[in-house]
Design a binder for this molecule. Sequence first.
Ligand SMILES: Cc1cc2nc3c(=O)[nH]c(=O)nc-3n(C[C@H](O)[C@H](O)[C@H](O)COP(=O)(O)OP(=O)(O)OC[C@H]3O[C@@H](n4cnc5c(N)ncnc54)[C@H](O)[C@@H]3O)c2cc1C
Length: 322
Amino acid sequence: MCAINPQTAFEDERVLTPALEKKHILVVGGGPAGMEAARVAALRGHIVTLCERSQRLGGTVFFSSLAYAENARLVEYLERQVRQLPIELKLGQLVDKELVKQLSPDEVVIATGSKRDAPAIPGAEGKNVFSGDELRKLLTGEDPAIAKKKLSITQRAMMTAGSVISVTDSAAKMRELSKLWMPLGKRVVIVGGGLVGVELAEFLVERGRIVTVLEEGEKFGVELSIVRRWRVLHTLKEHQVNLIAGVTVAAINDGSVTYSVAGEAAVVSTDSVILAVGATANHDLASQLSDLSIPLTQIGDCGGVSYIEGAMHQGHQVGREI
Ligand SMILES: Cc1cc2nc3c(=O)[nH]c(=O)nc-3n(C[C@H](O)[C@H](O)[C@H](O)COP(=O)(O)OP(=O)(O)OC[C@H]3O[C@@H](n4cnc5c(N)ncnc54)[C@H](O)[C@@H]3O)c2cc1C
């Protein structure tokens, strides 16, 4: 099997055939799921419109490639395919019910990614606390309101300078810049030791941060494939990252996080906190569109968090079957 190429080992079953009936397909979301669906549907002869609300393709994978550089090649490949094929690409285009009515497609493929709600931890709204979404929007310059809320004037000036010299357009440039500066303190606590938490921990220790990861369950990085998981955990141990399992976080304070393990209370001092928990399916657009009589399919994380592999496989499947 291959996480990226759904046809690997299924060459005879997952064959692309020309569409019997040429349809207008609206694909919402320019992450891996949306780009793969658009690519395959266009290859089969459908008329495809791909809308992405931000100014760049890649979705969460653009951000994930800051933490794990290998992911950038997937975005490059898919973006090249989308731009080469006869796909109408609309960047900076938020899709809502009005737009769908206006475009009047034959089918809609929703690939809008997951929701990341802040967990119900006292102090989670603090200035020193970043949810996964906030960190992404800060580092990729997607939402100036968050920069205003969370950053000092000097930090905002650094981010603006980064975007003026186009650093924030490229994951590779941002990886380099982040070695010099990031809007995070020296000590960082990451709440959540799943795939996202451990990858962020690896990224941060490589940038000189002292990192503690607090995980509710007993294991770290369980969603990672086995070799990658071994490598990340090895790097984290080598860098003396404090990995604490079986944790219940009690509160986030200004300068510390209080938690308990097996009923024993404890505290860890910190300058910044990252919340790497709480990604869930996002049915918002599907619910908005449900009373239009247009067939809808949800793929990728918006239908249930399934990571890059789920996004690519579901994108390919819908493109193949539509
Ligand atoms: C730090 C980090 C590291 C990660 N590392 C890995 C990893 O190593 N391996 C792995 O498998 N997964 C990893 N992931 C998870 C992976 O990035 C996601 O699972 C994957 O991107 C989901 O793809 P998607 O296409 O479903 O959604 P997304 O990539 O989230 O894309 C959704 C897109 O839809 C757009 N959108 C949303 N609403 C609208 C709308 N109404 N109109 C128009 N556009 C809209 C968004 O702007 C976004 O671009 C990581 C995630 C993070 C945060």
